[in-house]
Design a protein around this ligand. Structure first.
Ligand SMILES: [Zn+2]
Length: 225
């Protein structure tokens, strides 16, 4: 905790003075470029990955970057999505998973969640992705391969859930909104992007996705995004 407090002091003393005009401009409102839905994991730093500034990203974080379908739960994710789309009129929504995700590992091995009923309940929203990934994986696939397949299937499943929210569905239909699936590879420092037309994943900026290993469950939920 001491390090966090020291950080706040450094921000006040060393960082804020140079950014005073930026925060002054932001003090009366925001117009973010995107809604960024990602995992609570401490290693996924949305602004760092996208090199964004304060005011750029409206961020919604939870264990497993999950978007419960509309109607199931009038919870914080639904409120963040509705506010971002209706009030802030963001033009883009990004659902960003990541490698080595603890939530996805737990979804793969729910037997370890007996002492964490809230986590277990929340991860029911990853059940469809778990089934899809399991269908795509041979039984003999090792945990690393299954985790990667589930991580990808989960982002694709959450994009499908996202479309069930009326504000999203209406804005997509009107052409005011785009949705994107990303996965941040922590070790490689790379972002994989879902190509919605072919339902394959490829590193950002790579025109051809042919190099993506099809065994990694890249073509799981066609039609997402
Ligand atoms: Zn995670």
């Amino acid at each position: 905790m001491d390090e966090l407090l020291a950080g706040v002091r450094r921000f006040r003393a060393d960082v804020f003075p140079d950014r005073r005009s930026q925060f002054d401009r932001l003090s009366n409102g925001q117009s973010p470029r995107a809604l960024f839905i990602t995992c609570s994991d401490s290693r996924v730093v949305s602004e760092l990955i996208t090199q964004s500034e304060p005011g750029d990203l409206f961020i919604c974080r939870n264990a497993g970057n999950i978007v419960p379908p509309h109607g199931q739960l009038a919870g914080s994710v639904a409120a963040a999505v509705e506010y971002a789309v209706m009030a802030l009129k963001v033009p883009d929504i990004i659902v960003c998973g990541h490698t080595d995700c603890g939530a996805m590992k737990a979804a793969l091995h729910p037997e370890g969640l007996e002492a964490m009923p809230a986590v277990a309940g929340w991860l029911h929203h990853a059940a469809a992705a778990r089934r899809v990934a399991a269908e795509a994986m041979p039984m003999a696939a090792d945990d690393t391969v299954r985790l990667e397949a589930l991580t990808r299937a989960n982002v694709q499943a959450q994009l499908v859930n996202l479309r069930t929210h009326p504000a999203v569905a209406a804005s997509l239909a009107a052409g005011r909104l785009r949705v994107h699936g990303w996965i941040f590879d922590i070790k490689a420092g790379e972002v994989l992007v879902l190509d919605p037309t072919r339902a394959v994943w490829a590193p950002l900026g790579q025109a051809q996705a042919d190099d993506v290993d099809p065994d990694l469950g890249a073509t799981i939920v066609a039609g997402a995004a």
